[in-house]
Design a protein around this ligand. Sequence first.
Ligand code: ADP
Ligand code: MG
Length: 320
Amino acid sequence: MPDEFSLIKRYFSACGVAGSDTLLGVGDDCALLAPPAGEALAVTTDTLLAGVHFPHDSPAGLIAQRALAVNLSDLAAMGASPRWFQLALTMPEADQAWLAEFSAGLNAMACEFNCALVGGDTTRGPLTISLTLMGTVPSGQALKRSGAKPGDSLFVTGSLGDGAGGLAVLEASLSASAEDSIYLKERFWQPRARVAEGLAIRSFASAAIDISDGLLADLGHIAEASQVGAVVAVAQLPLSGALRRSAGLERGLNWALTGGDDYELCFTVPADKVAQCQQLIADGVLTATAIGQIIQGEGVRCVDQQGSPFEISSSGYTHF
Ligand code: ADP
Ligand code: MG
């Protein structure tokens, strides 16, 4: 069996795209990075544990892509451009076939999003993948959770509830047609980090967050950080055809509100910038839907088409 250093060299020394802003990548005591002048470094870490964040015995390439996607999603939510990442990999054994598949999956997505693996750590133990992603955003332009104001409109990208639907298909608690199963499972495994959307809304959005724990929970973070309330018009929530067909409207809406793993962006737009946002949507540059309003007060309320309170059964995933 090759030692740790030859494993790193073989599988992790040329992953993704290293630009001239990477002065030194994998192989020394530290990586040396050169963020562009005038830009802030945006840094985020997310850890995926086998049996908690993905089923045991999941395909290695998909685990890699999911790990990268959930971290890219955090950069997207700040309006940052991905540049570099580090990988802390803990695995029970050095399985060459597994590592080959894992690094191929990681490389494909890293190339797509134009970032490079520049270092990490490799240890033995229960399978755990921890990634630290670094991106850059022009100083003062990052999208924070704290910028929403009463009167702002509320938008989400893409469609909601598919992540929870995909996990339910994987766990065989939801049955769907072959075609819908493929779509939903892909939405779980390879969520599309909304990096381009984060860049597109950066100039006019007042606040943003990526939806990892369900819209209600994550919008709640915007409300709290911004010291405002939010009203969600449930009938406007974007559900995919696959989710509607397989889960039905009621379960679909519940997953859209409280299911995790969607990795869409939820963002707020001041009234005088809404036309600019709607224009991007009309031009097909941005896939997003208006779903409600920011108001004075606190907390998140859901209303139905008549404006009456909409009841839901649970709110979001928390680890503890
Ligand atoms: P050190 O003991 O100096 O921390 P390591 O032996 O942990 O260094 O790692 C050697 C080099 O390989 C370092 O550049 C480190 O960043 C890199 N590295 C280790 N594990 C990984 C990994 N899983 N992916 C990418 N780079 C890694
Ligand atoms: Mg060292």
